[in-house]
Write a protein that binds this ligand. Structure first.
Ligand code: UTP
Length: 293
């Protein structure tokens, strides 16, 4: 067994999804479909491809569709089996028999940091991935989560995914202060949540994928609630960075914020064009369609 193997991934999915209203009123936004799978399934597949064995969902009232999606649907699978629909049977079975799914509750949406803290008991004393289930990263052949795992194994320290952020988006991300260690790896000294572009320490922002050692739970305990009583994960990351215990990985891959309507549309076109059965047809149609605009 690899020393400190990363076996668990936490998916905080207890937020209210206000940016996706009205679609997210009674359907968890993580369950909204991109082409033919819910958004969260793409991200769980990324986890599985990166070696994860246990998925820990942080959910809330009204989000039980998430747990159901990763469960066996006996009646459906029996029917598909009897009708000889092998492809559909495989599609339905995919994942639930490859991973263990555990869920914990966040009783109030008290922020992303608080959501991660809710998973503390289930995570235990081992490193784990944090993966935002509304943020899609396509890195064929080398999943973003695996890129973080490799940096973790080299430096034995927590790592966050970083991306070059255009000036108009700087006030939406945690922006980091760092020194370069090698190629795409940096050591972080600090980070600032949603600064004005003039106050940002650099143009590198934290996005959607994290590899935490259990040190993050201590850092979260030391984090004071901010606006709206929310506990921000960026504050706990800054705490570890100031102690010299945080690295960053400028990941390779294409990222879509599918929790936002525009990002969702971009993700839909991207994954539709890549789809093995629909891609070529969709591409022809799209080219014709664009000529009309
Ligand atoms: P977001 O800020 O994108 O999600 O958090 P949100 O709060 O649901 O959405 P908006 O901003 O109102 O549209 C990123 C992820 O963290 C989870 C969300 O479910 C989302 O998947 N989250 C956020 C929690 O689990 N708990 C929280 O308290 C906040």
């Amino acid at each position: 067994m690899v020393k400190n193997k990363v076996r668990k991934a936490v998916f905080p999915a207890a937020g209210l999804g206000t940016r996706f209203l009205p679609a997210s009123k009674s359907i968890p936004k993580e369950m909204i479909t991109v082409v033919d799978k819910p958004i969260i399934q793409y991200i769980v597949e990324e986890a599985v491809e990166s070696g994860v064995e246990q998925v820990i969902l942080v959910t809330a009232r009204g989000k039980s569709a998430l747990e159901d999606h990763f469960d066996k649907v006996y009646e459906l699978e029996d029917l598909l089996d009897r009708r000889g629909k092998k492809d559909l049977l495989e599609a339905s079975r995919k994942l639930w028999n490859m991973i263990e799914v555990v869920s914990v509750r966040q009783h109030e949406p008290l922020g992303l940091g608080h959501a991660f803290y809710c998973a503390k008991q289930v995570v235990g004393d081992e490193p784990f991935l944090g993966m935002l289930p509304d943020d899609m990263v396509d890195s064929p052949g080398y999943p973003c989560a695996k890129q973080l795992i490799d940096v973790y194994h080299k430096y034995d320290c927590s790592v966050v995914a970083l991306m070059k952020t255009p000036p108009e988006l700087i006030d939406k991300y945690g922006m980091v202060k760092f020194e370069q260690v090698e190629g795409n790896v940096v050591k972080m000294f600090d980070c600032v949540e949603k600064p004005r572009p003039a106050d940002a320490p650099s143009d590198l922002g934290i996005v959607a994928r994290y590899l935490f050692t259990p040190e993050i739970f201590q850092a979260l305990e030391e984090t004071k609630p901010g606006v709206g009583g929310e506990i921000q994960i960026t504050d706990a990351i800054a705490n570890l960075a100031r102690k010299g215990r945080m690295y960053g990985c400028i990941f390779s891959g294409e990222r879509f914020d599918a929790g936002d309507k525009f990002g969702y549309l971009q993700a839909t076109v991207h994954y539709a064009l890549k789809h093995p059965e629909l891609g070529a047809r969709f591409s022809d149609w799209l080219k014709q369609y664009l000529k009309k605009i």
